[in-house]
Write a new protein. Structure first.
Length: 180
């Protein structure tokens, strides 16, 4: 194992460009220390990348490194595109990590903070009730099954529509509702 460098605190020193896993042995004011291994590999564009593996076991860290190298080789060979790789990694993230980015997106669209809080509560309820932890598992089918269960327990159609983002197309007077 070798000592990692901190590119911010030691810009003049370069580490040898060898693929592998290593631990950070000394504190770095910018990156901190870690008990997990760091994977170092070339990405599809040929740049050296250091990425935390999240593994405290060297064998497991080497398996993560092999997976990262394999993805880079698939992109280099043209089997998958960088966009497909990014989508795959994005789907593996937890729902919680994506909600803040969603908030920023909604702000740009002009949605209010109140609407976001209400929508976040609804997403959290469906995810908790269905046991969904990853973004890729939060599918339309999952939400539809949850809505069907809620209909069976007596949730009103208007409340269920609030979970789908649908608005009533007609109000009780027959006039067109805003946005409908």
């Amino acid at each position: 194992m070798r000592q990692a460098h901190c590119p911010l605190s030691h810009p003049q020193r370069q580490t040898p460009h060898r693929r592998g896993v290593h631990r950070r042995r000394r504190p770095c004011p910018h990156a901190g220390t870690t008990k997990s291994y760091i994977a170092k590999f070339r990405d599809a564009a040929g740049y050296w990348i250091e990425r935390p593996t999240g593994c405290s076991d060297e064998t497991a860290a080497r398996a993560v490194l092999a997976q990262l190298v394999r993805r880079a080789e698939l992109i280099r060979a043209g089997v998958i595109t960088p966009e497909e790789d990014a989508a795959s990694r994005h789907g593996a993230e937890s729902i919680e990590t994506n909600l803040d980015a969603w908030r920023d997106h909604l702000r740009l669209k002009g949605s209010t903070e109140h609407w976001y809080i209400q929508a976040r509560r609804r997403v959290a309820r469906v995810a908790t009730d269905r046991g969904v932890k990853r973004l890729r598992d939060f599918t339309a089918a999952t939400v539809e099954r949850w809505l069907r269960d809620q209909a069976d327990t007596g949730m009103s159609a208007g409340t269920r529509n609030g979970y789908t983002g649908r608005r009533a197309s007609r109000s009780s007077t027959g006039a067109s509702a805003p946005g409908g």
